[in-house]
Every structure is written in structure tokens, then in C-alpha cells.
Design a binder for this molecule. Structure first.
Ligand code: FES
Ligand code: FES
Length: 241
């Protein structure tokens, strides 16, 4: 039977022993209840998460197909695709210009679409196909867009060039698929297999900045590839790898 325990101010009731005894009993009971609850409800944690600058770091495994090769990376969930490529896979072809989505130097092709890798979380690309500048050539054979850039001397320092080329390759696919742009004249007449004007190419490539000002030659290289039917199959192959 439970004892009735009462207190009056700081003094324990004489019929139930001292207050100190009561506190000891309840403290022991409390520890017991807490121990039972914790062990029943919370599974054992193997290790504490790392903490950087006071913020716990969550990690996960991400499966990526990069340039046709499968990788499983343990990543901090805050890692950008650009950092995963450069720091973990040591593929430094994709450049970090602004790291804020403003220059296009980090452009890669993800599932056939051009994407800014500095603004893309690697954790969101689990199971997806990524093509970087390193994956466009086939051995010693340059991708037609790479060959056209060389032919047209479409670079000076070359820092923007990997992003320009990846962007241009995927951009021509967008045009072939009938995607509109800000410069599309008639949205009702848009169709697959568009041949882009110079103005359309300039508009569609406007997210890729070249501080050296190689724009005329970049546009000329893209026009060359667009005009070259023989190169088309190679472009599509590289885009879908
Ligand atoms: S580095 Fe990604 S847009 Fe500049
Ligand atoms: S070639 Fe230097 S930034 Fe474009």
C-alpha cells in the first residue's frame, strides 16, 4: 500500500518519515522510470554526429553515375554537386567561379539538362546521371563542341570554357526538343528540331559569363556545331551518357 506523504512548509510530516527519505525514494524511482523509457524507446546510437561550428553534420550515401561510371559517395548533406565533383571525385574540370549561380562556370549536364552544379545539392542527385566536361570526349576524340571551340579559338584564359561547352551541348538539345527561350518569337509556332538564330543562341547562353569577352567566337562555334549534321549523333550520345 502506498504511504501517504505530506509536507508542511519545510518540515516533513512525522507520520511518514523525513522529507530527505521521501526525496531519496522519488529520485531513485525517477531514475528507474527514465532508464526504462530511454532503453525502450530510443535505439542505440552508434556514434554522435560530427559538429562543425556548433552545427551537427548529417551524412548520407549518394549513388551517382558520373560520365558513365558509378560512384557511391559518403557526403555531408550540405555538399554541392560542384564540391562533390571537385573535392571528392577530384574532377576539377567544372570550375568554381562565383559559387552563387551567377557565372555558369560550374555548368554540368544532369539527366540531359544543363544545371549549375554550385546550386545543386549532391544529395538531391541520388541515382542520376551527371556529365561533366571530362565526360564529353571519347578517348582522344574531342566532342564536336570541344572541337568547334578549338577551331574557332573560342577562349582566352579558358576558365569559363568547360561551363560554356557543357551548356552549349545541352542547349542545342533543348532547341531540338522544342524548348522555348526568352528570345523565342512565336511560342505558338515552336516545334522540335529548331535551328537557332544568332540572337537565340546568345540569349540561351546568357547564363554563361566570359570575363575575357570571347562571346563572338563562342557563338560562332555553337553555330558550327548546329550546322554540322554529322556531329549531331555524337552530341546526343554524349548528352545521354
Ligand atoms: S560557380 Fe556556379 S554559377 Fe558561378
Ligand atoms: S575565356 Fe576567360 S573567362 Fe571565358
Amino acid at each position: 500500500m502506498n504511504e501517504e506523504i505530506t509536507f508542511s512548509g519545510d518540515k516533513a510530516s512525522p507520520k511518514d518519515g523525513s522529507r530527505r527519505d521521501f526525496l531519496k525514494k522519488t529520485a531513485v524511482a525517477g531514475i528507474g522510470i527514465a532508464a526504462i523509457n530511454i532503453s525502450d524507446v530510443v535505439p542505440a546510437v552508434a556514434s554522435e554526429p560530427a559538429v562543425v561550428n556548433g552545427i551537427p553534420v548529417e551524412r548520407m550515401l549518394v549513388a551517382l553515375n558520373v560520365n558513365g561510371k558509378e560512384h557511391t559517395l559518403p557526403i555531408d548533406t550540405r555538399t554541392s554537386m560542384l564540391d562533390a565533383l571537385r573535392e571528392q571525385l577530384e574532377m576539377t574540370g567544372s570550375k568554381k567561379g562565383c559559387d552563387h549561380g551567377q557565372c555558369g562556370a560550374c555548368t554540368v549536364i544532369i539527366d540531359g539538362r544543363r544545371q549549375l552544379s554550385c546550386l545543386t545539392l549532391a544529395a538531391m542527385c541520388d541515382g542520376r546521371k551527371v556529365t561533366t566536361i571530362e565526360g564529353l570526349a571519347e578517348g582522344d576524340k574531342l566532342h564536336p563542341m570541344q572541337a568547334a571551340f578549338v577551331e574557332r579559338d573560342a577562349m582566352q584564359c579558358g576558365y569559363c570554357t568547360p561551363g560554356q561547352i557543357c551548356s552549349a551541348v545541352a542547349m542545342l538539345e533543348e532547341a531540338k526538343n522544342g524548348d522555348a527561350s526568352f528570345a523565342t518569337q512565336n511560342l505558338n509556332a515552336i516545334a522540335r528540331g529548331q535551328k537557332l538564330t544568332k540572337a537565340e543562341i546568345q540569349e540561351r547562353m546568357s547564363g554563361n559569363i566570359c570575363r575575357c569577352g570571347a562571346y563572338p567566337n563562342i557563338v560562332a562555334a555553337i553555330e558550327d556545331v548546329q550546322a554540322g549534321g554529322a556531329n549531331e549523333a555524337v552530341c546526343i550520345q554524349a548528352c545521354s551518357r
